[in-house]
Each structure stands twice: as C-alpha cells, then as structure tokens.
Ligand binder design. Structure first.
Ligand SMILES: Nc1ncnc2c1ncn2[C@@H]1O[C@H](COP(=O)(O)OP(=O)(O)OP(=O)(O)O)[C@@H](O)[C@H]1O
Ligand SMILES: [Mg+2]
Length: 248
C-alpha cells in the first residue's frame, strides 16, 4: 500500500526554484492498480521517483506499506520494484548476466536468482533473447529486460513509469497481463502512462496530474460518473481544458 499525503517537490538551483509537485494526496491499495495520468511535465515521474526513494519530498509524506520513504528508505527499496524509462540498458552483458548481476547486488541466493530468471523469462516471453548482448536487442526487448530487473526480487509494491513505451502490441499485452496477475496476487501496482485506453483497461483507481496538482483522484467508474465523462480520454481533455480557460 502506498499513502501519499500532501506531497510537494521543489527543484532548487542557485538561480531559481521551481515547484513541480504541489501538494498531492492519494492512496494506492494492495490488490489494485493505480494509474497516474497527465501531460508531459505534469510531475508523474517526479512523484514516482519520490515514492521509489530516489528523490526526497520537499514537504509532505510518502508511506510504503506503512514505512516512511525518507526514514526507512532501505526497507522501502526492498519492498518495491521500480521501472523508469530513464534507465536505458546497453552494453555487452546479456539479459541473463544483467539479471544475475542485479540479483547478486541484492544479496539474493544463487538458486533463487536462477529460479526467478526462469520464471520472468517465461512470464515476459524473453527466452529467445535472454542470452543476447543487450546492445544487440531491440528497444522493446531491452525494455523487457529492464522490467525483469525491477521484478527480480519479487517486490510487493510495483512502480512502473510508462512500462509499455517502446513495446509492440504483443509485448503490451504481455506486460498488461503481468500487471493484472500481480494485482490478483494482492500486489500494489502504481503506473504512469500516456495511453488512456490502457489505463482504462488496467487501472482500478486513477489520478489526473496537471502542473503538479491532482485534478481528480479515485476509482475509475466514480471519477467518470462525477464528471459525466464517457471515458478517460474525454475526462482528461475536459479537465485539462478547464485549466486552460483564463479566469476573468
Ligand atoms: N532534476 C530536476 N531538476 C529540475 N527540474 C526537474 C527535474 N526533474 C524534473 N524536473 C521538472 O519537473 C517537471 C515535471 O517533470 P516530470 O519528469 O516529473 O514530468 P512527467 O509528468 O513525468 O512528464 P513526461 O510525461 O514528459 O514524462 C518538468 O517541468 C521538469 O522539467
Ligand atoms: Mg515522466
């Protein structure tokens, strides 16, 4: 479970200071998929990086399974699997070697690493290219290796920043099915995506983020009914358009 309470994040340089997350609150429950939606620059990645302990909140709090991400960052890292588009893999190591490397880094037992590699290769349909150097993989294949790395330690909380970017329709289905299974196993999944139809299919709850503020948050059916929108696309345009209308 993830509890975000009044979270703000301000990036400060010597010359300027910019608040990119402006006091947001939401809860992502176990056994549910929470989707963070919003246009480019809305603050989605910043929020997810804060939950994943890679950034510290400026104010407010984030709890992962009851653990504060600042005070208990190490314990939180054990519980989460984090995938972000910013971590591009490359080099001569194969997917299998990368997974073994990260498993050892996490002090996982060798037998467990091998068991997890076998399972993830099957789940994510990676067997064909697991022994090919990463540099020779297509971007979709290397995205799958990144996904597998984030899931190797079998995290309870899964944080995916645009997990399906670069993937073809077949691979999108594999990842979507994986997310559904994770949810059925009682895991807590938070993802960001630009693909609203994907969010509608996958998410139990959503939050629409715009310029660092949540314009709406809640179960998909409830937010659609509240705003009399037929689908997430209509809701998204409706809410974003309202923000652009100048106040008289
Ligand atoms: N390390 C940083 N230092 C300064 N500003 C930053 C930093 N990281 C992000 N920003 C700014 O914060 C704002 C939000 O960025 P963020 O990456 O969170 O958006 P996003 O919603 O993930 O966008 P996208 O859909 O393009 O991935 C942007 O204006 C960005 O320029
Ligand atoms: Mg982003």
């Amino acid at each position: 479970m993830i509890q975000v309470e009044n979270l703000t994040k301000t990036f400060t340089t010597r010359k300027s200071s910019k608040q990119v997350v402006g006091g947001i609150s939401f809860t992502a429950n176990d056994g549910e998929v929470f989707g963070l939606l919003g246009p480019n620059g809305a603050g989605k990645t910043t929020t997810l990086r804060t939950i994943a302990t890679l950034l510290q909140p400026t104010s407010g709090s984030v709890l992962v399974d009851g653990l504060d991400v600042v005070a208990h960052s190490r314990a939180v890292r054990y519980r989460i699997g984090f995938l972000t588009g910013e971590m591009k893999l490359t080099g001569q190591l194969t997917g299998r070697e990368m997974l073994e490397f990260f498993g050892n880094l996490d002090h996982m037992e060798t037998a467990r690493i091998q068991q997890r590699i076998g399972q993830l290769a099957l789940d994510l349909d990676m067997e064909r290219f697991l022994d090919t150097p990463i540099a020779k993989l297509s971007s979709g294949m290397s995205q799958k290796v990144s996904l597998a790395i984030s899931l190797l330690h079998e995290p309870h909380v899964i944080i995916f920043d645009e997990p399906t970017s670069n993937l073809d329709v077949l691979a999108v289905k594999i990842v979507s099915d994986f997310i559904r299974r994770a949810k059925e196993e009682g895991k807590c999944v938070v993802l960001s995506t630009h693909i609203l139809s994907e969010a509608e299919r996958l998410c139990d709850r959503i939050g629409i983020l715009y310029e660092g503020r949540l314009l709406c948050e809640g179960p998909v059916d409830t937010v659609l009914a509240e705003h009399e929108a037929r689908d997430l696309e209509q809701l998204f345009f409706q809410l974003v358009q309202q923000q652009k209308v100048p106040l008289c």
